[in-house]
Design a protein around this ligand. Structure first.
Ligand code: PSU
Ligand code: MN
Length: 314
């Protein structure tokens, strides 16, 4: 990699101790349909600017790890057919001058390398159903032969980034994901709740040991982590606001149908998640997409507060 390339705006904010929040590009490239994805990319940045925070949308473009994109860069991640890039893809894209939309793992890794400590996303990747060896859980059979765990988890064990997410999608094995975060020594705190959220739902049925009431508390935990010499990230689990969450019965019905469709179509391995997500948007008549956007905006707002508290004390 030639180098990290922070935008002038991000470099200036970091040099003068002003708040910066990292945003991922995979959610724009692969997680949201066009043209809503371009609107969303611009809107997430606007929410940060309105809060006095510098946005650092991260992607690899023409071999350069860009930390903060200009208008053209944002347009490219929304409209070009970019490869989904995780941490392991970074050296290859860099060496070949290639381009890629960065996952949570790759975004967190590059953010940390550039000195950006707070990151907002929609949902974290995790352990896929069946990967933990339980083909009995719905959707488990399709994945039982593979061990599919997102690089988001081990990467968060190694990079000092605080990530705000609405938990993990209920298409994953949430219990196994939380166990892995424990093994990897990644602190998980609930934002004004003890209930770990399940993306479209405010509660997954899993309880967290720790909750925080506001941004200052998170910034204190980040400073304590640094003082202790820990290098792990922190997950701030932020449930979608009550009035925006999916009705549980409708959620359960749509997911059951989507899992059945995946089994019937014989979808396997890494094709399972994109298949499920597309089917869920379709079967919900677009409702799941609106909630996805609402929870992501909500995470961006909370990340702005945390980055501001962090910059105040740094
Ligand atoms: N969760 C979402 N939308 C997404 C993703 C996760 O709600 O688009 C993306 C993120 O970029 C995450 C990646 O890092 O999927 C995880 O993919 P994998 O399981 O292949 O590591
Ligand atoms: Mn995977």
């Amino acid at each position: 990699m030639t180098a990290l390339r922070p935008s002038a705006e991000v470099a200036d904010a970091l040099a003068t101790g002003r708040p910066v929040v990292a945003l991922e590009s995979t959610i724009i490239s692969h997680g949201l349909p066009r043209p809503r994805n371009l609107e969303a990319a611009r809107e997430f940045e606007a929410i940060l600017r309105d809060a006095g925070v510098t946005p650092a949308t991260i992607a690899v473009l023409d071999g350069e790890a860009r930390i903060g994109l200009d208008d053209e860069g944002v347009r490219r991640i929304a409209e070009e057919e970019l490869a989904k890039a995780s941490v392991r893809d970074l050296p290859i894209l860099a060496a070949r001058g290639g381009s890629g939309a960065t996952t949570v793992a790759a975004t967190a890794w590059l953010a940390a390398a550039a000195g950006v400590r707070v990151f907002a996303t929609g949902g974290l990747g995790g352990v896929h159903r069946g990967a933990a060896g339980d083909p009995a859980i719905p959707g488990g059979a399709a994945q039982a032969a593979t061990f599919d765990e997102s690089a988001d988890l081990p990467t968060l064990g190694e990079v000092p980034v605080t990530i705000v997410s609405a938990g993990v999608k209920s298409v994953l094995d949430i219990g196994a994901t939380l166990e892995r975060l424990e093994t990897l020594s990644v602190p998980v705190v609930g934002w004004r709740t003890h209930a770990f959220p399940a993306f479209w739902l405010r509660e997954s049925g899993f309880e967290l040991d720790w909750r925080v009431e506001g941004p200052e508390e998170v910034a204190e935990i980040m400073r304590a982590r640094d003082a202790l010499g820990s290098r792990a990230g922190i997950v701030v689990a932020n449930p979608v606001p009550e009035h925006q969450a999916w009705e549980r019965a409708e959620h359960d019905r749509v997911l059951a149908e989507a899992f059945a469709a995946a089994e019937a179509a014989g979808v396997r391995g890494k094709a399972v998640t994109p298949f499920l997500l597309g089917t869920i948007v379709e079967l919900s008549g677009g409702r799941s997409l609106e909630i996805n956007l609402d929870l992501a905006r909500n995470n961006v707002r909370v990340a702005a507060e945390i980055a501001t508290a962090w910059a105040r004390g740094a």
